[in-house]
Design a protein around this ligand. Structure first.
Ligand code: PLP
Length: 384
């Protein structure tokens, strides 16, 4: 199989699986218990917390484990607005993940005001638009670091500078940038930052929210004192241990592995552009996470391409995993100005650790053939 959907999820690294299996066998204690078997789990959890913190350039005490990237996004948004209800205006973008967009809609239903910043044809927000959207009632700005469908990277440090001049806190969803480019929360200057383990070869169902020391936020789940009272509920201890190990492996592999994947993606991009006339690349040519490739094949339906590739055991996606089951047209591709019929002809290939030179060669052999055949069928049946 050729797996080209690493933005949806990544295969669990063998070292992560091994460490989690060891942990589940050997350590069942509740980290809140004060006797040794509980304290040992707490200690292992803190090692993982330290790893995640160090990789984001922050302190251990600023990392709060959650149940997912989605939960971290919701935590940052609702936690901030609950803490200062009088500041009920939210500034975000049109290309955010549903975890942010749907939370924004809830704020609107509760009487809040939301400004959805548009993006240009490459998927970048404008700093001038940001400036004009901010008001004395803005309680939070949330702009994603890298987009999951097209990979475009936003100018987060500049966004923070503009918002902080007006004392407005900033959250960024770094789920798709973490592990692909440098993500240093301190350098970015953000107040809140979301990450998720299953996008970096860790387990599913475990995420983290960086909360800058001193930032104002309300607890997300209420109950016990876990996660220093901000996220109650007995921790997903094995998930946390797995997350820490995934970060360790990430750092061990380092830049060299990222460069290998980026090179493969560049070769695939170039090959598609050379071999498939009419293929349209979506996203920023340079300022994006390089392993994410989004192409439109005008005149065709993405589902048909996806299914034809799947018969060859090549797995790609039509964009966000969350919209996979719906007929909806990608809000991201519409936001960069694609008409619905072109958006519907688009597939995303996201490369990662599991890919090889041979994968790229096979895709460059199969995909042009598939497109050619589908175009012939579509031309034969003009109603498409
Ligand atoms: N944010 C972005 C940008 C994502 O791509 C995803 C996952 O697709 C999420 C948030 C949600 O993360 P999780 O699957 O851990 O809930």
């Amino acid at each position: 199989m050729i797996y080209l959907d690493h933005n949806a999820t990544t295969p669990v690294d063998p070292a992560v699986a091994e460490k989690m299996a060891w942990f589940l066998r050997e350590h069942f204690g509740n980290p809140s218990s004060i006797y040794p078997i509980g304290r040992k789990v707490k200690e292992l959890m803190n090692e993982a917390r330290e790893r995640v913190a160090a990789s984001l350039g922050v302190d251990r005490g600023e990392i709060f484990f959650t149940g997912s990237g989605t939960e971290s996004d919701n935590f940052a948004i609702f936690g901030t607005f609950d803490a200062a209800p009088e500041k009920n205006e939210f500034v975000t973008s049109t290309i955010e993940h549903p975890a942010v967009i749907e939370a924004a809609k809830v704020l609107e239903k509760r009487g809040g005001k939301v400004a959805y910043l548009p993006v240009d044809e490459y998927g970048t927000v404008s700093l001038d638009d940001l400036r004009s959207a901010l008001t004395p009632k803005t309680g939070l700005v949330s702009i994603m670091h890298a987009n999951n469908e097209i990979g475009t990277i936003q100018p987060i440090a500049e966004i923070v500078r503009i918002a902080h001049e007006r004392d407005i806190p900033v959250h960024t969803d770094a789920v798709q940038s973490f592990g692909k480019i440098d993500v240093d929360a301190r350098k970015l200057g953000v107040d809140f930052l979301t990450v998720s383990a299953h996008k970096i070869y860790g387990p599913k169902g475990i995420g983290a929210l960086y909360i800058r020391r001193g930032a104002t936020i309300c607890p997300f789940l209420r109950g016990g004192r876990q996660e220093r009272g901000l996220r109650a509920g007995t921790e997903n201890t094995a998930g946390i241990i797995g997350f820490g190990e995934a970060v360790r492996v990430l750092e061990e592999k380092g830049r060299k592995e990222l460069a290998r994947v980026e090179k493969l993606a560049e070769a695939l991009k170039k090959g598609i552009e050379e071999k498939i006339p009419g293929a349209r690349f979506n996203g920023h040519p340079a300022n994006r996470v390089k392993g994410t490739l989004n192409f439109s094949f005008p005149g065709l339906e993405a589902e048909a391409i996806l299914l034809a590739l799947a018969t060859k055991e090549i797995y790609v996606s039509t964009g966000s995993a969350c919209s996979e089951e719906s007929e909806e047209v990608s809000h991201v591709l519409q936001a960069i100005g694609l008409p619905p019929e072109i958006a519907r002809s688009s597939i995303r290939m996201s490369l990662g650790r599991s890919n090889t030179d041979n994968d790229v060669a096979v895709v460059l052999r199969e995909l042009p053939e598939i497109i050619k055949k589908l175009r012939a069928i579509t031309a034969f049946h003009p109603e498409g």
